[in-house]
Design a protein. Structure first.
Length: 277
């Protein structure tokens, strides 16, 4: 794989020419920034920016203003090769919080071995209804220890889309892993998301089988590349399967300030923010 050429292709097709990842979202280019805006259960954030030392601070302030006006928390998806070199420091100075970094891993589907199968007693099932989404949410909750309320709503909104393939691994009737494949025909890159495995089933080949299954689907759909934002746990597995590390991505999250309760009407919440609990 040509590292520089593939990274440039990824930046252009996946980030600069991004398409919405859910029916209720829109992607727009505003000056040197490409962003997605949807509802409170959609992913909202900056996908790409072409900034320098002169334009960065104004662009950051503009995105904060945009999402704050809508009452939406958002993410700035920062990559280690993005400019200017101190963009991460500028985001932190503007009130963003950095999440743990992840490796951008990419593979050519034609070069991957897709023969891996799940361990004995585990089967992979395609999700096509709300009951399947609930199984996926249960697997994610057990894998990561968090209640995936927003993820559940996102998955429900994606049911029936030809561009999203959802899969759950079942041991008997118990979900032990859940993952999805997001297909972008225009870009030729298919994204692997999720893949969280419950602790008791880690190290037994479930995640590897999930990657192989989704890679086979992507190849059959004509996608030349797979991409993953990989954690430290999944990166070694992906390297063994034939993925290459292209860059590092560090999510920077901005939480929109919530308006206080009106002093003239105690107990009544402001209408300003749809994210208000």
């Amino acid at each position: 794989m040509d590292h520089e050429r593939t990274l440039a292709l990824f930046d252009r097709r996946v980030r600069r020419e991004a398409v919405p990842d859910s029916p209720g979202a829109r992607v727009e280019r505003v000056g040197p920034v490409v962003r997605q805006t949807g509802g409170e259960n959609d992913w909202n954030g900056v996908l790409w920016s072409g900034l320098d030392e002169r334009t960065a601070d104004a662009a950051i302030a503009a995105q904060i203003g945009h999402y704050t006006a809508l009452g939406l928390d958002f993410e700035w998806k920062l990559y280690s090769h993005d400019l200017p070199g101190d963009l991460g420091e500028r985001l932190l100075g503007a009130g963003f919080a950095a999440e743990p970094p992840e490796a951008l891993m990419v593979a050519e589907t034609s070069a991957l071995n897709t023969s891996a199968r799940p361990p004995e007693g585990v089967r992979l099932v395609e999700v096509t209804d709300a009951a399947g989404v609930e199984l996926m949410a249960r697997a994610q909750e057990r894998a990561f220890g968090e209640r995936p309320t927003r993820l559940r709503e996102q998955l429900l909104s994606q049911l029936g889309l030809d561009t999203v393939v959802m899969t759950v691994a079942l041991a008997g009737d118990e979900p032990v892993c859940a993952a999805r494949l997001e297909l972008n025909p225009a870009a030729g890159f298919a994204g692997l998301w999720g893949g969280g495995t419950v602790p008791a089933w880690r190290g037994r080949g479930v995640y590897r089988a999930m990657v192989a299954h989704r890679a086979a689907v992507a190849a059959a759909r004509g996608h030349g590349h797979l991409q993953v934002d990989a954690s430290d746990e999944s990166r070694p597995i992906l390297l063994r399967l034939g993925f290459t590390r292209l860059s590092t991505t560090t999510p920077h999250l901005y939480s929109v300030p919530r308006r206080p309760v009106s002093p003239t009407r105690p107990g009544v919440l402001s209408k300003a923010s749809p994210n208000r609990p």
